[in-house]
Ligand binder design. Structure first.
Ligand code: ADP
Ligand code: MG
Length: 699
């Protein structure tokens, strides 16, 4: 076995108790893990702060001086031990709350110490709780290390005495054990092209850098490596799937497609829509299963692309399904597609959580005997009872809710799986798409249909409410319709419902019947009531739609030209952009009004400013990523693929792009990894567990 796979318990100075803590607190099990446990910062060991020049913060710093006395102070919760520490410029206190006897026995009075720790300020006096001390003579002996690595730690580790010094000692021990150089994991072609330093040097320098320059190079090399292996896994997964998994071949473009295209297509396709359809058609003709992500901004026209692809499937005697994230959206897709499909005599049905038993049975039967060609629905379509006869394509209109697992559930049932097209509801930043969906092929609609007027977005506060209402009245007088959306962060939140109902009542007073009619839709209503209210709004019987975010995705009412978002500060950027996308669908100038309180956090202010200044979903998604970080976007927390040890999706975008290019190049040129230069990749990959961080080897 590889020596690097040795359990940490065998490392000198670790032992069973520490090994257990390291595993529990930091998930470190083996030498390999410890080696790839990187410092998150470094202290320049040549720098000491004079006590009279300490920074007024909680910084971690180094000081040099002597302990002049030790005393104890009785407190409610036990004793506190205080050492007075002096240098030539002043004095401060070192404080211990625990372990007094053991520490006191070691402390030497009036002897030169180097002290390291975090500053604490109280009433203008600095102290340092639980500092790390080293006799200056020892410190000078050990000064081979010029930068002091500081590793991530936890409260528990610190309280159990696993200090920075202990972790550093473990690292030193690890390097002493390892006399041979660490083996290279990147091919020389890549090292040369990007002038990366070798693995051995990188791993030594990341822990104990000689100087800042070497540290930067080590970090860059390791970041590249981390991105590269993530991308290798994704790209390989895609290419292996293409080799292994057969797909239905859609050869013909037949009567349904042609009739629709020539007679019923309501508008000319944009060139982006045409390009995307072509990409997808090529993919569906190869005999391999398609797994593709279709990205496009809100309103870019993804639905028509889905419809045309569904028609191709039917022309080739296959069935198709379209899955939407919410019941309302499924209904709306159903209504608009059913209308189109019926003109062509294509049978289509809707399956949702509220379909009756009878409806279900007739759907199951139709799917089995092939009479039913298209099924539209919510995730109810993924249930095991739903069995297609010949499912050719599954289109998933995703609102970041269908995870990877669900994507594959659909096709486990079929011998030859259907082609799968995932359409994102909002744009995803490039880097995130590369990591999250790097195993899928990507098509992008990067163009909006012509003639769209830019939605004007305004930020207003409660004091402007009367003016906003007056504006709404003007718009209604012009024959337009208006959405008023309330946040419903948690389905169960009573307070949010109260806000919604209060808002509805106040609107009813300002917009009284019979001149005005108001619809209301929220998650706690029965599905048929929701549909009824939606219908009234779609048909123009009501002028105002009061709703929670149930209308967030996909709802299409071209006559609606004003979107008012209440408590807009409580929404995330992508949600705000989605909501705004509900207007601007007709020929009229549309407006989005963000209502907030007057006091906003800095982040909320940035969100409002981003919305008022940009209509570009891709740009907004980038800001969102920066504000919230990759882990908080679209329920990605569960995805191991985003847990980087050293690389950073936001800071290191250029490296990620390069790493993906290299992974694609190598898999294309040498899929079997036969090249001598690629042996290191092959070896490294066999040790990796998919979806886990690349350096968490299988043990
Ligand atoms: P999304 O990509 O957000 O799902 P939709 O498919 O709902 O967008 O399309 C938004 C609106 O644009 C719809 O009303 C649709 O009919 C219209 N549309 C789509 N493509 C075009 C086009 N090429 N020209 C004009 N209008 C289009
Ligand atoms: Mg849509």
């Amino acid at each position: 076995m590889d020596a690097m796979q040795t359990a940490l318990v065998y490392l000198k100075g670790v032992g069973p108790e520490r090994a257990r803590l390291l595993k529990e607190e930091l998930q470190l099990r083996t030498y390999q893990d410890l080696l790839h446990f990187f410092p998150n910062r470094y202290i320049d060991r040549s720098r000491f702060y004079p006590i009279n020049e300490l920074p007024h913060s909680n910084a971690e710093i180094q000081i040099k001086g002597r302990i002049t006395s030790v005393s104890y102070v009785q407190q409610k919760r036990g004793k506190r031990m205080i050492a007075t520490f002096e240098d030539q410029t002043g004095s401060m206190e070192l404080v211990w709350f625990r372990g007094h006897k053991w520490i006191r026995d070691q402390l030497k009075i009036n002897t030169d110490y180097v002290v390291f720790g975090r500053l604490n300020w109280f009433k203008g006096n600095a102290s340092m709780p639980h500092p790390e001390l080293e006799l200056e003579t020892n410190f000078n002996k050990n000064l081979k290390i010029s930068f002091y690595p500081i590793y991530p730690s936890t409260e528990k580790l610190i309280s159990k005495g696993i200090s920075q010094k202990i972790i550093q000692k473990m690292m030193v021990q690890l390097f002493q054990n390892q006399t041979a150089p660490f083996s290279e994991t990147l091919p020389s072609s890549i090292l040369n092209q990007y002038k990366l330093i070798d693995k051995d040097k990188a791993i030594r320098q990341i822990h104990f850098p000689d100087n800042p320059h070497n540290l930067t190079r080590a970090q860059m090399r390791l970041k590249f490596e981390e991105f590269f292996y993530m991308q290798m896994q994704l790209v390989l997964k895609n290419s292996q799937r293409k080799q292994k998994i057969k797909g239905h071949i859609f050869e013909t473009v037949g009567a349904n497609f042609n009739t629709f295209f020539n007679e019923y297509l309501p508008f000319e396709l944009t060139s982006a829509q045409k390009r995307v359809i072509k990409e997808i058609r090529i993919d569906m003709g190869t005999g391999r299963q398609m797994n593709r992500l279709l990205q496009g901004d809100v309103g870019s026209g993804k639905t028509i692309v889905a419809l045309l692809l569904i028609l191709i499937a039917i022309d080739n005697k296959y069935q198709a399904c379209l899955v939407a994230p919410t019941e309302i959206l499924a209904q709306q897709h159903f209504q608009s597609l059913a209308e189109q499909l019926q003109k062509l005599n294509v049978s289509v049905k809707l399956l949702t959580g509220s379909s009756t038993k009878k409806e279900r049975h007739s759907i199951y039967e139709g799917l089995q005997n092939g009479e039913l060609s298209v099924l539209i629905g919510t995730h109810a379509v993924f249930e095991n009872t739903v069995q297609f006869n010949r499912l050719g394509i599954a289109v998933i209109d995703e609102q970041h809710r269908f995870g990877v697992a669900q994507r594959s559930k659909l096709w486990q049932k079929n011998e030859i799986p259907p082609h799968i097209l995932v359409m994102t509801a909002t744009p995803i930043p490039r880097t995130l798409a590369m990591s999250l969906y790097g195993d899928l092929d990507l098509s992008v609609i990067d163009e909006l249909p012509p003639g769209r007027k830019k939605i004007r977005t305004l930020h207003r506060t409660d004091s402007n409410r009367l003016k906003v209402f007056a504006f709404v009245k003007e718009q209604i007088a012009l024959g337009r319709q208006v959405y008023v959306v309330y946040p419903l962060i948690q389905e169960s939140s009573k307070l949010d419902y109260k806000d919604l109902m209060d808002g509805y009542e106040s609107l009813s007073r300002s917009f009284p019947v019979p001149n005005y009619q108001i619809s209301i839709v929220h998650g706690q209503m029965k599905s048929e009531d929701k549909t009824f209210e939606m219908e009234r709004f779609i048909q123009g019987k009501t002028q105002i739609m009061v709703a929670t975010t149930v209308i967030e995705v996909g709802v299409n009412v071209p006559n609606a030209s004003v979107m008012i978002i209440e408590s807009a500060e409580r929404f995330g950027l992508s949600q705000l952009h989605q909501l705004r996308g509900r207007v601007g669908r007709g020929a009229d100038q549309s407006y989005c009004i963000l209502m907030t309180g007057t006091k906003l956090s800095r982040e909320a202010q940035t969100r409002m400013e981003t919305m008022t200044s940009s209509n570009d979903g891709f740009q907004i998604a980038e800001v969102d990523l920066k504000l919230r970080g990759p882990g908080n976007i679209m329920g990605t927390q569960q995805s191991g693929i985003l847990k980087f040890k050293i690389a950073d999706l936001i800071q290191d975008q250029a490296l990620l792009k390069a790493a993906r290019e290299q992974a694609l190049r190598i898999v294309t040129q040498d899929p079997m990894m036969k090249d001598a230069d690629h042996q290191c990749i092959k070896r490294t990959l066999t040790g990796l567990k998919f979806d886990s961080n690349i350096w968490n080897f299988i043990s």
